[in-house]
Design a protein around this ligand. Structure first.
Ligand code: SF4
Length: 314
C-alpha cells in the first residue's frame, strides 16, 4: 500500500490534525481553525480537559492512591492552558466549578479502582504523546497527541499479548457506541500513524512500526447506573442491570479491533477527508443537539429571516 498519492495536486503541504478528520461537522472545525469559534470554555470542554489532565497525572507520576493530588494538578494545569490560549471559563463553569471537580474526582477514583490492577501490569509508553505521520497523504502531514500509550505484555487488557495499545480518553456526555468506534476517523488515523509514522519518546521521534490496538475509554461511564437498565452488548446480547450497578468493561473501554487487512480501505476513507480539506471544502453538518452546543454557532451561516439578510430587503 503506497502512502503517497500520485495524483495529489502540488501545493503547500497541510498539517492535518485529528480534530479535522473526526469533527462531526467539518464547518465547525474550519471555523475553529480560523479562530472564529467562541473563546469561552463551556462545562463539557472544561470537564473533558480536567479528566484528561487528571488521568494523565495518575499514569505519569504513578500516583494511584491520591485522586485529590491528581485533581489539584488538573485544575491548575487547565487554568494555565486556558489562560495561555486566551480563553475564559464560562459563567456556568465558574459557578459550578466545585461540583465539576467533585464529579471528576468521583470518576477518577473509579478509574483507579477499575483499571489500576490492569494498567500497572503494562509498561507506560507515554501520556499525551506527540505523534506525526509525515506525508500521510501526498505532501500533507498528520499531527496529533495520543492520550495514553501502553505496552500490554501479557494481554491483560484483553486484546492479546505484546500489543502496543493506544487509548483515547473521552469525556463526552454521550457514550460512543461500538458501531461508532469501529468507523471512527480519529482512531483510524492513530492506527495508521502508529504503523507508518512516529511518536515522540523523550526528545526523539521514534518509529514504532507496528499495528497498535486502539480504543476509546469513556470516563463518564465509570459512574454506576442511575436507574435499572438493559444494556446491549457488542455481540447483540442484552444484560439487565440494577440501579447502582457498575457498567461492564465493554461499556467503558471500547476497542476498535481494526484489521490490517482493512487498512487500504481505511486509508481511502481518511484520504477522502484530506482531499476535502485540500480543496477547502468544509460542509455544514447540522445536528439538533450539536448546533445548539456548537462553539462556532455564532460564526456559522444561517438562512432564516433573522440572519444577515435583512428581512425587508428582498
Ligand atoms: S452551528 Fe451546526 S452546522 Fe454550524 S458549524 Fe456548528 S455544528 Fe456545524
Amino acid at each position: 500500500m503506497s502512502q503517497t498519492h500520485d495524483n495529489a495536486i502540488p501545493f503547500t503541504p497541510l498539517t492535518i490534525h485529528s480534530t479535522e478528520l473526526s469533527a462531526a461537522c467539518p464547518r465547525a472545525a474550519k471555523l475553529r481553525i480560523d479562530g472564529r469559534a467562541s473563546n469561552v470554555t463551556a462545562s463539557a470542554l472544561y470537564t473533558g480537559a480536567l479528566l484528561d489532565a487528571a488521568c494523565g497525572y495518575v499514569h505519569q507520576y504513578d500516583e494511584w492512591a491520591r485522586a485529590d493530588f491528581a485533581m489539584t494538578y488538573a485544575v491548575k494545569w487547565v487554568e494555565a492552558r486556558t489562560h495561555a490560549e486566551g480563553r475564559v471559563l464560562s459563567d456556568a463553569v465558574v459557578e459550578s466549578q466545585d461540583k465539576i471537580v467533585s464529579n471528576c474526582t468521583t470518576l477518577l477514583l473509579e478509574y483507579m479502582r477499575r483499571f489500576h490492577h490492569r494498567f500497572q501490569q503494562c509498561s507506560l509508553v507515554g501520556v499525551q504523546t506527540p505523534i506525526r505521520w509525515r506525508h500521510m497523504f501526498g505532501p500533507n502531514h498528520f499531527e496529533s497527541h495520543l492520550d495514553l500509550v501502553l505496552q500490554d505484555h501479557d494481554g491483560v487488557l484483553g486484546v492479546g499479548p505484546n500489543r502496543l495499545v493506544v487509548i483515547d480518553w473521552k469525556g463526552t456526555l454521550q457514550n460512543p457506541t461500538h458501531d461508532y468506534v469501529v468507523r471512527n476517523a480519529q482512531l483510524m488515523a492513530y492506527y495508521g500513524a502508529v504503523r507508518w509514522g512516529e511518536i515522540m519518546l523523550g526528545d526523539e521521534w521514534v518509529s514504532m512500526d507496528t499495528w497498535p490496538e486502539v480504543g476509546l475509554l469513556h470516563l463518564p461511564s465509570l459512574k454506576p447506573y442511575a436507574r435499572a437498565t438493559t444494556a446491549t452488548n457488542a455481540d447483540g446480547s442484552t444484560t439487565k442491570y440494577s440501579k447502582g450497578d457498575t457498567r461492564p468493561d465493554q461499556s467503558i473501554l471500547k476497542w476498535a479491533r481494526f484489521s490490517p487487512k482493512r487498512w487500504p480501505d481505511m486509508f481511502e476513507e481518511l484520504a477522502g477527508k484530506v482531499k476535502m480539506i485540500e480543496q477547502d471544502i468544509w460542509p455544514m453538518r447540522p445536528d439538533p443537539v450539536g448546533c445548539y452546543v456548537c462553539d462556532a454557532r455564532d460564526a456559522c451561516p444561517r438562512f432564516d429571516w433573522n440572519s444577515d439578510t435583512p428581512q425587508f430587503e428582498v
